[in-house]
Design a protein around this ligand. Structure first.
Ligand code: UGA
Length: 436
C-alpha cells in the first residue's frame, strides 16, 4: 500500500519506518526541511535504539522516502497517517493546531479516495472535526475519504519493538470498509486487533495513559506510607503485582513520571472531562501526587543536610525522564536540579545521552561530565534520578573513594538495602528504610 506519514517526531518516524519495513511504500513528510535532509541521508533525528538500522535498510530498499512537501505526500498515497504533535496548551487542553493544519492541506490536495488515520493523541471528537475540516477545504471536485483513529502505544526507548510486537492494535472507524483495509495493514504483526468507533478509540488512548500514570502515582503514595510506617514498597508492590488482576508492571515507586505523554495526556483528559461537565477526580489526584513526589525526594536530601545545601556539591546520575532516551520533557530531574540551584548548591551531572538536552535547559548553571565517576569527585552525595542500566553494576568502592562522604540518594530504588549497608554507604531511597 502507498502510505504517507505526516510528522516525523517519535511517533511518525517510528511508524513510517516500521511500516516500510513490513513492505509498504512509505513517504515520511515534515515541514522541517532540515529534518528531512538529515533523514534522507539515514541520520535519525531522535535517539531511539534500533531506529538507525531500520531507517538505512528501508531507504536502501527504496521503500522509505522523505519529503518536505505535504502536497506530494498527500497526492502520492492511499493512506495518510497524521502523526503531528498535540502539545499541552496554556489551558491544559491538547493544542490541535498542527492536526487541523494537516487536515486543511488534505482537503486542499486530496486527489482521490484516501483513508486518513489519526495517529496523534487527540481528544475525543477530533476525528469528526478532521472530517469536517477536510470537507470544508475541498475544492469543487469532491473526493471520497474516510477518517480512522489508530492511536499509538509506543514507549520512547522501546518504540521499535512496541510497534513490531504490540499488546493490541486499536482501530476506530465509523465504516466497515476502511477498518478492514487498516486491519490488513497490521495483519503481519499477528497482534490482537480491536475495532470500535472513532470516539471510543480516541478515548482508549487517553484512558490507557491516564490509568498507567495513576498506577505510578498510586504506588508512590503507598511508598510514602511505607516510609513512615517502616514497610518496604518493593515487597508491597511485588506482593500486589503477582495478583494477575493488578499486574506487576508500572508499580515501580520512585520520583514519579515524566516525558512527553503522561503529564500532558492526564492534564488533557481532565480538561476534556471539564468540557463535557465531568470532573475526573482520580486522574486529577494522580497528577497532584506526581507533582509532589519529586519535591518530597528533594526534601529528603535537604532534611539530611539540615537544610544547609549552600555550596554543597552533588553529583547527579541521569537527567532524561527515563532510560534509553535523551528526552528531557517534564523530567523530574529538571525540577529537582532547580530546587538545588535555588539553595545555591553546586551540581555536577552525568547522563549517557541527555547531556546536550540538559545543557539547553541549564546552560552554564551546572557542570557537565562525560563519565559517571568524574561527575561525583569530591561531591557531598551521589543523587540518582534516572535508572540507566550502566548504573546497575557500578564499582562501588570507586564511588565511595571519589565521594567526599559515602552518601547515595536514589530516586529509582536501584540498589539492595543490605548490600548498601555492607558496603558502608548511607543510602536513602523511596518507600524503603533508610540505611544510615
Ligand atoms: C507512554 C506509554 O507507556 C506508551 O504506551 C504511550 O504510547 C506513550 O506514553 C505515548 O502516549 O506516546 P513513555 O512516555 O515513552 O510511554 O514512557 P513510559 O515507559 O510509559 O514511562 C513514563 C514515565 O513513567 C517515566 O518517567 C518513567 O520513569 C515513569 N515510570 C514508569 C515510573 O515512575 N514507574 C513505573 O513503574 C513505570
Amino acid at each position: 500500500m502507498k502510505i504517507s506519514v505526516i510528522g516525523t517526531g517519535y511517533v511518525g518516524l517510528v511508524t513510517g519506518t516500521c511500516l516500510s519495513n513490513l513492505g509498504n511504500d512509505v513517504i515520511c513528510v515534515d515541514i522541517d526541511k532540515e529534518k528531512i535532509e538529515k533523514l534522507k541521508k539515514g541520520i535519525p533525528t531522535i535517539y531511539e535504539p534500533g531506529l538507525k538500522e531500520l531507517l538505512v535498510k528501508n531507504i536502501n530498499n527504496n521503500r522509505l522516502t522523505f519529503s518536505d512537501s505535504l502536497q506530494y505526500g498527500i497526492e502520492k498515497s492511499d493512506i495518510i497517517f497524521i502523526a503531528v504533535g498535540t502539545p499541552e496548551s496554556e489551558s491544559g487542553e491538547a493544542d490541535m493546531k498542527a492536526v487541523w493544519d494537516v487536515a486543511k492541506n488534505i482537503g486542499k490536495y486530496i486527489n482521490g479516495y484516501k483513508i486518513i488515520i489519526n495517529k496523534s493523541t487527540v481528544p475525543v471528537g477530533s476525528g469528526d472535526e478532521v472530517r469536517k475540516i477536510i470537507n470544508k477545504n475541498m475544492n469543487a471536485k469532491k473526493h471520497k475519504f474516510d477518517v480512522v483513529s489508530n492511536p499509538e502505544f509506543l514507549r520512547e526507548g522501546s518504540a521499535i519493538s512496541d510497534f513490531l510486537s504490540p499488546d493490541r492494535i486499536v482501530i476506530g472507524s465509523d465504516n466497515h470498509n476502511p477498518a478492514k483495509i487498516i486491519t490488513r495493514l497490521y495483519e503481519p504483526l499477528n497482534a490482537p486487533i480491536i475495532t470500535t468507533d472513532i470516539k471510543s478509540a480516541e478515548l482508549i488512548k487517553y484512558a490507557s495513559n491516564a490509568f498507567l500514570a495513576t498506577k505510578i502515582s498510586f504506588v508512590n503514595e503507598i511508598a510514602n506510607l511505607c516510609e513512615v510506617a517502616g514497610a518496604n514498597v518493593e515487597d508491597v508492590a511485588t506482593g500486589m503485582g503477582l495478583d494477575k488482576r493488578i499486574g506487576e508492571k508500572f508499580l515501580n515507586a520512585g520520583i514519579g513520571y515524566g516525558g512527553s505523554c503522561f503529564p500532558k495526556d492526564t492534564i488533557a483528559l481532565v480538561s476534556t472531562g471539564k468540557k463535557f461537565g465531568y470532573n475526573l477526580k482520580i486522574v486529577q489526584s494522580a497528577i497532584e501526587v506526581n507533582k509532589i513526589q519529586r519535591k518530597l525526594f528533594f526534601e529528603k536530601i535537604s532534611k539530611f543536610f539540615k537544610s544547609r545545601l549552600e555550596n554543597k556539591k552533588f553529583g547527579i546520575w541521569g537527567t532524561s525522564f527515563k532510560p534509553n532516551t535523551d528526552d528531557m520533557r517534564e523530567s523530574p530531574s529538571v525540577d529537582i536540579i532547580k530546587l538545588f540551584l535555588k539553595e545555591n548548591a553546586q551540581i555536577n551531572i552525568y547522563d549517557p545521552v541527555a547531556i546536550a538536552e540538559t545543557k539547553k535547559i541549564f546552560k552554564n548553571k551546572i557542570n557537565y561530565f562525560s563519565n559517571a565517576y568524574d561527575a561525583i569527585v569530591d561531591c557531598d552525595a551521589l543523587v540518582i534520578i534516572t535508572e540507566w542500566d550502566e548504573f546497575k553494576q557500578v564499582n562501588f568502592s570507586k564511588v565511595k573513594n571519589l565521594l567526599s562522604a559515602p552518601i547515595i540518594f536514589d530516586g529509582r530504588n536501584m540498589y539492595d538495602l543490605n548490600y548498601m549497608k555492607e558496603l558502608g554507604f548511607k543510602y536513602i531511597s523511596v518507600g524503603r528504610n533508610q540505611v544510615l
